[in-house]
Design a protein around this ligand. Sequence first.
Ligand code: NA7
Length: 535
Amino acid sequence: MPEMKSIRKLDAVVVGAGFGGMYMAYKLREMGLDFVGFEAADDVGGVWYWNRYPGARCDLMSVDYSYGFSREIEQEWTWSEQFAAQPEILAYAKFVADRLNLRPLFQFETRVVSAKWDDDRSLWIVATDKGDVFEATYCIMATGPLSVPKEPEFGPLSNFKGELYRTASWPKENVSFEGKRVGLIGTGSTGIQVVPEVAKEAKELYVFQRTPSFTMPMRNTKFDDEFTSELKRHYPQIRSVAYNSPLGGVRPQSTRPYFSIPLEQRQSLMEDAWKQGGLAFLGTFSDLLINEEANEEVAEFVRGKIRQVVKDPETAEKLIPRGYPIFARRPCLDTHYYEAFNQPNVHLIDCIGNEIERLSDNAVHTQNETVELDALIIATGFDGMTGALLNFEVTGKGGLPLADKWADGASSYLGMMMHGFPNMFLICGPNGPAVLANIISLNEQNVDWICALIDHISETGQHCFEVTQEAEDQWMDEVRSLAELTLVSKAKTWYTGANIQGKPRGLTVYTGGFKRYRDSCDEIAAKGYEPLVLN
Ligand code: NA7
């Protein structure tokens, strides 16, 4: 007879110890709730725990990409540069966990394998891979939009018998590519960060590129003491600007439409934006994500820069993105990416019309060539937005599997709740502004809103909430109609599910901006959460 484990009764479970789960755990403890957090990794950090590949760096500024809920943490933690690298962000997550004593709130190295709603008792039954079962009033998913790597079509990866690395689960120990023939598959934000780093070491680096990405120079800068003390003095103002902006961050914005000024001036502003680096273009003109002609002129400007940097014209033409709007795929920020292709040891393998067919013991085989390798790095992206939530068994009312609810595409209310899944919260779920806004600001906003709702439910003496189908449909109509206004859905990306074979297509992101989203959430709270049925 297998040992019967006792069932523990809780107010809540939290799945995930990334920045969303950590803040949620902090708040639930403040509220005095009995809860447990679960995390598959052996420590906090979420996406920054796993993605420790060479060159990993956040493409949002460290000042934005940090918690604003604690004045103490803001003052005690010091960022070293404008765009922080993965080791520093992970160190920050660990610092916060230490400072707030969050680790005891989580069971690490534990995966949730199922979360099932019990209709009769109105609670969630949550089972883990350790064989433990918990019953909880609330089930809170802080599973992150980018936690399940995509399985590439040319698998299985185990066919390759050389050194195999996945950027999304990079080993903790140091990896050396010195003297090795290295292959890299994937040229999204991740691959673009990997190339210049591995190019420094590898004997040969073969970059397998299918869709070229637009990337702009990051032009990262170190913070000096004077800047840091000014920064720390102004955090309250910085947060206030961030929370009231469409991006949830302190990036510059513009009200200037692209064609409102003459060509010469446009060119000069674009030169400035290129020199400034980061996402300065988006702060230079107001309509680059809605005006196709403006977008194409900026794209052409960037194509010209690629031609200037890359010395071999044939390689430059292959690296130049075409056929989709700039900024519709997530714009990458690089440090000497195009320059790396001027090195004699870096080779571009164009996979357009030359798809990767399979891996063998020591090679990648495309339709037209075989490339022999000692090591292979897989940077083929993620099953974004929905992957983590569909990675285990989640069933709602009447035993409805989440996979069935989302069979035609992910629907939700505010990216935080779903009809048919009472007392379940998603932090930064699909159809919220996650991934187009600063996800740390959004984590904080979502957690605060959810906790206020939990308080409200207990104040009313109820135990259960469910969003109505009508409210969810209305929200989804708004998400879709806003999506039609932008060019973001016009590229084949993980934003739309188009990177995964068989996944329903559609932009599952609220494109109205962080501020407008936050206002909508606040209004719903102020009106007593009318779209929710409490019982
Ligand atoms: P992305 O942006 O989804 O990029 C994945 C890359 O992998 C992309 O260039 C893909 O080309 C490529 N890919 C995927 N499958 C294949 C196959 N079969 N053959 C060749 N190339 C392939 O993921 P990232 O990890 O780079 O970035 C994700 C987010 O992390 C980013 O947006 C930031 O928010 C941070 P494709 O486009 O499919 O032709």
